[in-house]
Design a binder for this molecule. Sequence first.
Ligand code: ADP
Ligand code: MP5
Length: 277
Amino acid sequence: MTEAPPRVLTVAGSDSGGGAGIQADLKTMLALGVHGMSVITAVTAQNSLGVQGAWELPVEAVRAQYRSVVDDIGVQAVKTGMLATAELVETVAELLSGTNAPVVVDPVSVSKHGDALLAASALDAVRTALLPVATVATPNLDEVAQLTGIRVRSEDRMRDAAGAVLEYGPKWVLIKGGHLTGDPGREGGDQAVDLLTDGIEEHWLRAPRHDNRHTHGTGCTLASAIAAQLAKGQSVPQAVTAAKDYVTGAVAAGFALGGGIGPVDHGWAFRKARTAG
Ligand SMILES: Nc1ncnc2c1ncn2[C@@H]1O[C@H](COP(=O)(O)OP(=O)(O)O)[C@@H](O)[C@H]1O
Ligand SMILES: Cc1ncc(COP(=O)(O)O)c(N)n1
């Protein structure tokens, strides 16, 4: 009999286009060799052009999915993504306060196209209920601005933003600098720079910035990859470093689909191995 792989749960929204959300999470988990499971919080009608519709699930449906997975199968790491409303944020935070597994919180609030994925009224619940249960929180620069009021336009400022997020209680924060693109008034340019810190250690993660517009799903992919590596027993800095390598490869291989922003390639390593073989 084959030994079961580590089990990882994503609590997130469905992206019908397959590039972000639950779909990105489960593909990432397969690519990294863990067993992926899901609690769906919301369903979106979404494609490369944007989000055409979104419907959240009832709280009971979210609770029931969670209990089904945790009570029978068990989890070795959890990742959260789109939670849509204050009520769902509070419910998920309460469920997760009862787990010993590491929790990666991606505080998803806006899609790459600027569509809201979290009600403005839910931000307080993210700050006071969800961030305190996070082992690692992974806000992008827009989410950092919403949560802390700090607008990051330089790497130095990422340190201030990290400190402000840590005040809400996550053990570690990964400030993602993907949006630091070298626009006027912003640093960035040829590197995609993220800062991981627990307030004591500081790890700067730098990777080549790929000039590829097909980046739909980067944040979901990175957070799921971190959860997968944590489930394998890696430390937070090891897991984030490995996850950064995986997302960098996925961005490099991102492809055009539809008429807008295409997805990163979750299967890039398989495809590369096949081509090499
Ligand atoms: N063009 C790019 N090339 C390489 N890495 C990127 C690029 N854009 C984003 N990343 C990386 O992808 C990850 C997700 O970052 P980001 O795009 O900021 O998050 P989100 O998808 O939540 O907006 C980070 O590690 C970031 O540095
Ligand atoms: C259902 C869902 N969840 C999350 C995102 C954010 O995507 P990204 O990873 O590109 O920030 C999305 N567009 N849709």
